[in-house]
Unconditional design. Structure first.
Ligand SMILES: Nc1ncnc2c1ncn2[C@@H]1O[C@H](COP(=O)(O)OP(=O)(O)O)[C@@H](O)[C@H]1O
Ligand SMILES: Nc1ncnc2c1ncn2[C@@H]1O[C@H](COP(=O)(O)OP(=O)(O)O)[C@@H](O)[C@H]1O
Ligand SMILES: Nc1ncnc2c1ncn2[C@@H]1O[C@H](COP(=O)(O)OP(=O)(O)O)[C@@H](O)[C@H]1O
Lengths: 115, 418, 418, 418, 115, 115
């Protein structure tokens, strides 16, 4: 079962819809999405509220987790780059990590069949 | 203590309390407009509402009031007196001039504030302020002069008791022009032109706003008698106002249930407002049964009107202001020609009144669309009407005002809708 | 201008403005009921409140008013006149009939709207509409006829000035019957019957609602004089109304602090309402000290009453409507027999009045419980009263109305409570 | 029916309806104060507002009213009559004593409730209740006696028509003292003393509160004539009240735009309140132009005043209560000496009135700061004024009241700000 | 330390309370819970709002992360299946992945002791 | 690329600001932050709401995910312990797990360069 990986994509919220469509179109059906806050090279900004400074230094991002067969990794990465790369700081990251086991709760199926 | 002092006192109390209730409609509009739009623009809408009223109050006092109620030389526009000075004796008021001024001020502000909802979530703040200034300065006062200030429509016998046309349609047609010129919000239509729902962020606040508006209407309509001595009239106006609103809400619920499969909450709230806008013109001259009829007509109209604007015209009006105020204002005004117990077609009064009502509706629509076209186009081609795309996506609150309206709450960045 | 015209004008203004304030209580109920329940059902509750008022206004105008105030042939029910037509001269009003009609309409709607809170979060929308229709059509008007329409209770000397029993208990007992028949919300009781808290989604809106209701009560009670000329009475009623509410809130805070270790916000808000409901029957006939006493009694009652309903009866009333309106309405009505300066037991008036008050409370409870039992049971065995379990879990907003009330906010799907 | 009965009826109606509007300001304060602070303390603030009014109503009725309006033996304090009994004939009222009592009660509660905002998010609930008791018992009634109860300031010709100083500054200076003694919220200042913004949790509710307060002011100022017969006066007061508020909001928007680069929503909302507080003292004696001037002055003052308090004094006032009520109350009162058409410096009235106004402002400030210092210091050194650090971090709602105000919503635990 | 794994369970919100009880009863004390949105075989639905279509295609789910000794994996999986399987689409998934190191911040304990 | 790890820190919300500063000061620029609910040794508590019991048994926590070179792990752990350890229950946990691949969406860079 070393052939399963988890792909985590952290990117801009406004790219999410398009990315979801794109992933669906290459057959990635299942995903789990979390609202996160991030910082990286892209920094927040400072506003003034009632005369006092108000700095926002974590930016809202969206995280998409997919467990997929390792063989799909490259396609997913390339399509993500296509959709989410705007060329400006804050586009985000893709992390790939090993998964040992997958179970579908409903049926008890395991491994790639469970995806 | 003489008799006329009592009359003055009773009329003044009535007009002032009515003015207070109409003022409170500003809160109602603020809640409806924020509730029916997204949280990232809530502070911006509030600011627009607050400035509508503040700039409107000042402008109307400085110039608008005398344009509206100054002696008419030509039936088109009143003689201007800066700062509302002068006698205004020709109006024959039983209340002090200042009581009348404040009552008219809150009416003017109502017309002005309607537009912010239709143009919400994408209009630049400074551009909006300029528009808001002009509607209080000239667009609304001129229409008011025609109808209530002794102008030409008044001369023809046009009946718009509390302003279905004068106030609501003026707001509604300006809203139509503004929303059309500025274009739809990002994401409102798919590439093939299908309308997509962009749900508001708080139906609860929207509903609160509608209840506040309904309350305010108990000042708006009965206060327009300008007299607390007119006991039968004001009692009758309370009843017709309330029945029309109830009928509007009820029928809207039924229609959305039939059309969409489920009773639509926000449309039903609009339905109550539609009934209120519709009855405003004839609230004093139609019977209770007539008011229910007008409420039903307005309720039906608002559903199809909003759909028409949304799907056919493809004008994006986040809160339904054009349908509620523009269309139902017109329909309500025309209905007077049908349902007025004295003079209405259905009561054997012939076509005379109906014709005048239709004429008035069109004349006001023309004036308002034309002047607001000029104002919005001029703004658009100078400082620009619309915020940049990036700003619209992030929200006007953070970009125009440097705040988040709900700093403590986790806002859904990705919507669950597409 | 004759004297009676001034009397009419002053009385009419008073009654109409009071009606406007009582109308506004609808917003108060809407905010309290949504604020004290979960966000997934907010739109549904709003819709129920809006329809209570809309359907109620129409129904009461068409039928209810004449059942309540038509000439009494038998002391039980008035002669029916469709559309509230006819003279109603036997009422001897100093205000126009329509002023009286609108005032009574908003009272009727108050009784109707109480129930939605107690049955919140699990009642089918169509089922609720049917109930709402019947309370405005018959359940409330009949009680009103007994007491205010010249019926048998009135004949016995039963005193319920502004409706502790007529309005609030009628709402409260219907709420009890409805909440009992429909059963508790999923998760409200553990398997071994322990009551679990299901906190509301916005205490702020709940509190706003309470302030709005308190304001509305300044129309509800003093307006019930039906006369603005009664200066001493209306001033006195303002004072007793306010003191009772203050005393109710204060004592509730103290008791919850002692019993639960911390002063409970939402219960204290209920305490203010308890004081208001309690004073409503005797607001004109008790002294200021008496009103504080009644407020304290109501405040104590509401805490133990709500606990009793929740823990002993195991009836799930999300907003405490039964305790506030049913029980405190009864207690307030009985208190008149104790505290009425003229005729109350504590003022040497003997047991006569007290006995009549108790009788009235029981008679109304019996009628209301019986008729609402029939209505709810009939609904339950035909179209069904309760939404399916799956829908209750997901929320009525999405299933009954196809919306989310707070589309922008991340709602806790799993509660932090169990 | 005699003439004086009509006068009494009209005046009573006026005073009572004004009292109802002023009562509603409690809801306004509750919304502004919760909206401008964090969600974790919302229930606590609501509870404080509710108790301010409840305890205040009881205390003022039991003791405060007679201290304020009892016969003055020495110009400093009235003769005490428990439970507001006694004749109060020396006041020469045209309205029943109880109408006057309720009107004064809601004024007292206004002064009391101002403080909760300034001390929000860190004050122990029981400590707050004790302070609240004392302001209604003695601090406010004594100032009221000096000015409105026939006391020494009244004797000197001090003019504070509806209470810029008597009500608002008393609240404002108490707020200053309380906020200063209790110290800033955790995280409000960096180690090097820079002020950090702690944004409120709902600008929408804050704005609703401001609209409610503005509405309430149409009772606060015109009601202070205590007469509905004074038609010209009440109409004039409506106009000046409204213009000052509009001017205050407008200029605040402009100044924040210039100073901070963007128009600040919450500060602009404060600006409207600043205009209202400022005009309150002279609303009857300044012209419309004068009211605009006072509104502009108040609007400018509030921005720099709030900044001064925040950055220079380093007193943490989450809602800006000290700037709005304390400073603008003082500025408005002094402005009467400048703008009073009859007696003001700018109208050729010389320095006499101006001097008295300044004296009054200082005398009241001194009394209020001194007495509130004693109250807060005594509380602090006995039961303690401030909640433990851990509790402040978690929020007062859960620790003081055992609830979450927004149990359904995912609240940002980590702020996006630092 | 290869004997530690992270078990991620993504399931329906309404099953959460029961699952937590069940896990507690077999001795799993620590867990971290996140509100997520998911899509898989179970699709959203389309409503009509004010006459315009309104499609909800991400569904609210709950994600439970537990780091546990590998030896507990089977028991946890089986109990999760028992509690969460309703047999209808949307029951969710279990993912198991390797964890290299665990530290308890309070004490500095590492490895299984830190759980 | 076995030299990349993901460090997950679950700790008290109020420690977050300080921890972020501390991590920044040792050169950790990128992180993704999620609001989570947790239970462990630290248990919730029971309040009374309107007379009924109201038990809060999941506590709000913050989760910080960082993908970093394995070589930084020790420093990050030690600084986290320094900032977040209060010695009372509820301080939280650190989990370290392997990451196979990292991609910067904007540039397509992979591996340590992408961090
Ligand atoms: N090392 C990291 N570990 C975890 N999350 C990261 C890391 N670096 C970046 N992120 C996430 O990616 C988002 C975008 O990163 P950023 O550096 O601003 O963009 P880019 O890499 O495109 O220049 C951040 O807001 C953060 O959520
Ligand atoms: N491959 C995947 N990777 C990540 N999360 C997934 C994946 N497949 C499903 N999920 C999550 O599991 C949830 C339930 O999946 P679904 O396919 O609807 O149910 P089932 O597998 O029981 O038929 C989804 O909403 C999503 O959050
Ligand atoms: N085995 C675990 N798996 C996942 N998260 C855990 C685990 N144990 C603890 N946690 C998380 O760490 C938080 C703190 O744990 P807790 O046991 O209360 O503190 P401590 O370990 O400092 O005594 C919990 O609220 C939970 O979010």
């Amino acid at each position: 079962m070393s052939d399963l990986v988890k792909i985590e994509i952290i990117t801009r919220q406004k790219k999410f819809e398009e990315l979801k469509e794109a992933l669906n179109s290459i057959g990635v059906a299942g995903m789990t999405v979390t609202q996160v806050l991030g910082c990286g090279l892209q920094k927040g900004k400072t506003e003034i509220y009632r005369g006092a400074s108000y700095s926002i230094d974590l930016l809202p991002k969206v995280k998409i987790d997919m467990v997929v067969p390792d063989s799909s990794t490259d396609e997913i990465i390339s399509i993500t780059k296509k959709v989410c790369a705007t060329g400006t700081i804050g586009d985000g990251k893709i992390f790939v990590s090993p998964v040992a086991k997958v179970i579908r709760i409903r049926t008890g199926e395991e491994g790639p069949d469970a995806l | 203590m003489e008799t006329h002092e009592f009359v003055t006192a009773i009329d003044t109390i009535w007009v002032l309390l009515a003015a207070a209730l109409v003022f409170f409609m500003q809160a109602g509009f603020a809640m409806v407009e924020t509730g029916f739009t997204r949280s990232k623009n809530a502070g911006n809408i509030i600011m627009k509402n607050l400035m509508d009223f503040s700039i409107g109050s000042l402008t109307y006092w400085i110039v608008g009031f005398s344009i509206m109620f100054g002696i008419s030389s030509n039936g088109f526009i009143g003689n201007m007196n800066l700062l509302s000075t002068g006698s205004f004796e020709h109006l024959g008021l039983t209340v002090p001039k200042e009581a009348f001024l404040i009552f008219q001020t809150v009416f003017c502000a109502t017309a002005a504030t309607i537009v912010s909802g239709a143009m919400a979530e994408r209009t630049k703040f400074n551009a909006y302020l300029i528009y808001s200034f002009f509607i209080s300065l000239i667009i609304y006062p001129v229409v008011g002069h025609w109808t209530w200030g002794g102008g030409w429509l008044d001369g023809l016998g046009f009946m718009d008791f509390a302003g279905s046309t004068v106030v609501h349609s003026v707001g509604g047609w300006s809203a139509l022009m503004g929303a059309w010129i500025i274009g739809p919000r990002i994401g409102k239509y798919t590439k093939d032109g299908k309308a997509i729902a962009i749900p508001g962020h708080s139906l609860t606040l929207g509903a609160l706003g509608v209840f506040i508006l309904w309350l305010g209407w108990f000042g708006f309509n009965p206060g327009s008698t300008l007299s607390g001595m007119a006991s039968n009239d004001i009692a009758h106006i309370f009843v017709t106002t309330n029945l029309a609103a109830a009928a509007g809400a009820f029928i809207t619920m039924v229609i959305t249930w039939l059309r969409y499969g489920k009773p639509d909450v926000s449309m039903t709230l609009n339905g109550a407002l539609a009934g209120l806008v519709g009855i405003t013109a004839g609230t004093d001259v139609v019977s209770a049964v007539g008011s229910v009829a007008i409420g039903l007509i307005a309720g039906v109209t608002v559903v199809f009107g909003i759909e028409f604007i949304d799907r056919v015209l493809k004008v994006d009006d986040p809160v339904g202001a054009i349908g509620v105020h523009g269309i139902c204002g017109a329909v309500g005004t025309v209905s007077v020609g049908l349902f007025a117990v004295d003079g209405g077609l259905f009561y054997g009064g012939g076509l005379q009144l109906l014709f005048v009502q239709v004429l008035g509706v069109f004349a006001v629509a023309l004036w308002t669309l034309a002047t607001s076209f000029i104002v919005f186009k001029t703004i658009d081609s100078t400082i620009g009407l619309r915020v940049p795309e990036e700003e619209e996506v992030k929200g006007l609150d953070i970009e125009e005002h440097g705040i988040e309206s709900y700093a403590d709450f986790q806002v859904k960045g990705i919507s669950m809708t597409n």
